[in-house]
Design a binder for this molecule. Sequence first.
Ligand code: IPE
Ligand code: IPE
Ligand code: MG
Length: 237
Amino acid sequence: MKQSSLHVAIIMDGNGRWATDLGLPRALGHRAGAEALRRVVEAAPDLGVSTLTAYAFSADNWQRPQEEVDALMHLLAWYLEDETPRMLADGVRLSVIGRRDRLPPRLLEAIRAGEAMTRACTKIHLRLAIDYSAREAILRASQSFGGGTITREAFEQLLGQENPVDLLIRTGGEQRLSDFLLWECAYAELFFTRVMWPEYGAMDLRLALDQFRKRERRFGTVPDAKARPASQERWLH
Ligand code: IPE
Ligand code: IPE
Ligand code: MG
């Protein structure tokens, strides 16, 4: 059965290497990466994705050269200003997760306007992670709890989570989480691809989702007895 309300998370990695390999400045890689995000958001609803959480800027990315950080902040503001009318027309609800207190005013305003204007959209929920750290998010959620025994559900509310991540995709060839959605990915299927993010598109997302749908998610249980091959039965008695 095709599950049509998937939460897909994407670590959009490889912009810099893509640009460098072409002899271009890294900032142009980020610019091309913004176009890739636009393509993927457009394609995602028809592929059964109802929530897309995309890692745009990590809390550790502040350690990059100032020039690159400035280019990224500028690009994110431009992207949100430019995309908000289209998101509204296409039914994309925007949320931004991560810290807000270190972002420049123009970006903050673009986030505020984008979130406010698209609040009622229901086709897909785009959650953009900016100045995000999963460890910080978990710490903050723990600190905001008043005391006593906390349930998993209450903690997840504090984390601001909708659904757990079903599929985590990382482009760019690295196979690590880089402090992204550590709690939310507890049972996520992981999919790593060497495709650099600026080259990623609808076909790549379709491929990842096709693979995802072939996997058996067990959540710690045993496979369905009806689906188990007879050759395995004798080991069970
Ligand atoms: C991902 O691409 C975008 C951000 C982290 C902001 P990178 O900039 O990390 O690109 P590579 O990994 O250096 O190629
Ligand atoms: C993770 O990528 C952050 C984003 C994609 C926004 P990085 O390129 O910063 O991660 P590392 O340094 O390779 O782990
Ligand atoms: Mg990288």
